[in-house]
Design a protein around this ligand. Structure first.
Ligand code: ATP
Ligand code: MG
Ligand code: MG
Length: 552
């Protein structure tokens, strides 16, 4: 994070220097109702990064106060993703571990005359709450006695009331200019089995009540959250104060991270999964941490990206090209170079001796010579890319066409002599000749060619599947949409977001394992897909193409 653009760091520094705090404790508090996305990565990097910087601690705390939406699967995936990003939590906590204490604090509020049981329906509560320009109205149950409230709250806990029949509300100020302070609901009845506490509870605390208590119980000093909670800060402080919490955490808000051409809310991402638009939360088109990982993103690239987006109060959408920039940067020196044919066209080199296979030297990474060299076979039959041949090329086409000569990377010059077609006129094979003098590395300077093509020797080529991705949702389409049509983001899912191609890779890659990353010459960076790769078939996800117009 930029030293001077991070206002959170400045606040913390001041708190330590002034003696207001003597330690820094933060937390990352996901609700286990979905998989983490790149927006969460920002919260993770900020919370863990800041605490690290000041020798503090960070807890991973599951904010699991809503039993209906939460699941063990999400808990496990979140732990895995945080660890994969490279962070170690000090303590692993569940908000549900504190249910008993939260209940006691609610009882304390009742005893102080600061909370009451309300029988209004959710709709009535909303109506009574008023609007920005209109003060709220008191509920007729607002004046219940402490004894009555204690009795009713106890019976709520015992399960005497159905869902929605009663709530506990904080008694604050129905005329407050901040609507959040107009007697917010702090407990509701919900007869639901909780992933952690089972059927122990049938009342659950609301987020706005639970979160400040969780922070205070853990001794969190700086509770970092996104700006949509700014309006809740007075309530946060009220809860900490009135519940007489010893520790007084301070809430600080920062702007959310959004990325163009995708959606980024667990609810929407879940809909894409549930309705089968993607093959799971970890589909490489998803902006989830697990999707990015499966696509081939590295933890380093995600951390670098998030840091480059900075920490501020604002939250515009970031160009996805910026994310791509960071993975290219990270893989540049790490990923071995190789050749793969995504859309094969057979080439027979008619003057190359039949049955002969020679091995050619090829550097593994010209930008990182320490990675050494590999040996690739060459023979009379090879594959090139269908796109690298045109029978009637336009001007400035320097690849294969009848009579033209090109360079084969790491090998020889070949010249296109004949075009073989099937009965429908489709090109199925090229006949070329090679010039033995032009061998790569031989120092040949006799003549020059303009095109350099990648290729794979046919007899030892390994079949492979390549998956190419486009954005799942296009912002332009969304923006251009006629609002009167009442469409949702689902109507703008890009049907061409996945293209599958069957081709070949070099035999040097026979031991490639899931999550191994390569740079395919002229095609970009690819990752071995962990889900679809089998003993018999290797599947690659394109992480990113080679070129970008993005400038940092
Ligand atoms: P979503 O709407 O995607 O479900 P959320 O805010 O409900 O997100 P939580 O599980 O509550 O998800 O998030 C855990 C933490 O991550 C919170 O502190 C939240 O503020 C932060 N966070 C979530 N989305 C973003 C984002 N896009 N940018 C930065 N921080 C985020
Ligand atoms: Mg949330
Ligand atoms: Mg949410």
């Amino acid at each position: 994070m930029e030293e001077n653009s991070n206002f959170i760091r400045s606040i913390i520094k001041e708190d330590l220097e002034s003696g207001k705090r003597d330690t820094v404790i933060t937390r990352f508090p996901p609700e286990p109702n979905g998989y983490l996305h790149i927006g969460h990565a920002k919260s993770i990097v900020i919370n863990f990064g800041i605490a690290d910087e000041f020798n503090g601690q960070t807890n991973l705390r599951f904010d699991d106060t809503n039993p209906l939406k939460e699941d063990r699967e999400y808990v496990d995936s979140i732990k895995n993703d945080v660890a994969w990003l490279g962070y170690e939590w000090e303590n692993l906590r569940f908000a549900s571990d504190y249910f008993e204490e939260m209940y006691d604090r609610a009882v304390l509020l009742i005893k102080k005359g600061k909370a009451y049981v309300d029988d209004l329906s959710p709709d009535e509560i909303r109506e009574y709450r008023g609007t920005l320009t209109e003060p709220g109205k008191d509920s007729p149950y607002r004046s219940r006695t402490v004894e009555e409230n204690l009795d009713l709250f106890d019976r709520m806990r015992k399960g005497e009331f159905e869902n929605g029949k009663k709530v506990l509300r904080a008694k604050i100020d129905m005329a407050s200019g901040n609507i959040n302070m107009r007697d917010p609901v702090i407990y509701r009845v919900s007869h639901a089995t909780h992933h952690n506490t089972g059927d122990t509870w049938c009342i659950y605390p609301m987020y706005a009540f639970a979160h400040p208590l969780e922070d205070a119980i853990e001794g969190v000093t700086h509770s970092l959250c996104t700006t949509e909670f700014e309006e809740q800060r007075p309530l946060y402080n009220w809860v900490v104060e009135e519940c007489e919490m010893e520790s007084k955490p301070q809430q600080i808000e920062f702007g959310r991270l959004n990325i163009e051409n995708t959606v980024m809310s667990k609810r929407k991402l879940k809909q894409l999964v549930d309705e089968g638009y993607v093959d799971g939360w970890d589909d490489p088109r998803m902006p989830t941490i697990s999707g990015l990982r499966r696509k081939g993103y590295t933890p380093e690239s995600i951390r670098e990206f998030v840091q480059a987006t900075g920490v501020s109060k604002g939250s515009g959408a970031v160009d996805e090209a910026m994310l791509e920039h960071f993975v290219r940067e990270d893989l540049k020196l790490k990923a071995p170079r190789t050749m793969g044919i995504l859309n094969p066209l057979k080439v027979v080199i008619t003057n190359y001796p039949e049955g002969q296979v020679e091995m050619l030297d090829a550097e593994i990474n010209p930008e990182n010579p320490e990675m050494g060299t590999r040996q690739i076979p060459f023979s009379r039959e090879i594959y090139v890319e269908q796109d690298d041949f045109m029978e009637n090329p336009p001007k400035k086409y320097f690849r294969l066409f009848p009579g033209n000569e090109v360079r084969l990377k790491h090998a020889y010059f070949i010249k296109c002599e004949d075009v073989i077609k099937d009965e429908n006129g489709n090109v199925i094979e090229l006949h070329c000749t090679y010039d033995v003098e032009t061998k790569s590395g031989s120092g040949f300077t006799g003549r020059k060619v303009k095109g350099t093509l990648h290729w794979v020797e046919a007899s030892q080529a390994i079949p492979a599947e390549f998956r190419l991705y486009e954005p799942l949702i296009r912002d332009e389409d969304l923006k251009a949409a006629d609002e009167s049509e009442d469409k949702t983001f689902i109507d703008f899912v890009n049907e061409d977001s996945l293209t599958i191609q069957e081709g070949f890779i070099e035999p040097t890659m026979k031991d490639a394992k899931p999550q191994d990353k390569f740079q395919f010459f002229r095609h970009g960076y690819f990752n071995v897909d962990p889900k679809h790769t089998t003993e018999d078939k290797i599947v690659f996800n394109r992480i990113v193409s080679l070129k970008s117009s993005f400038k940092l």
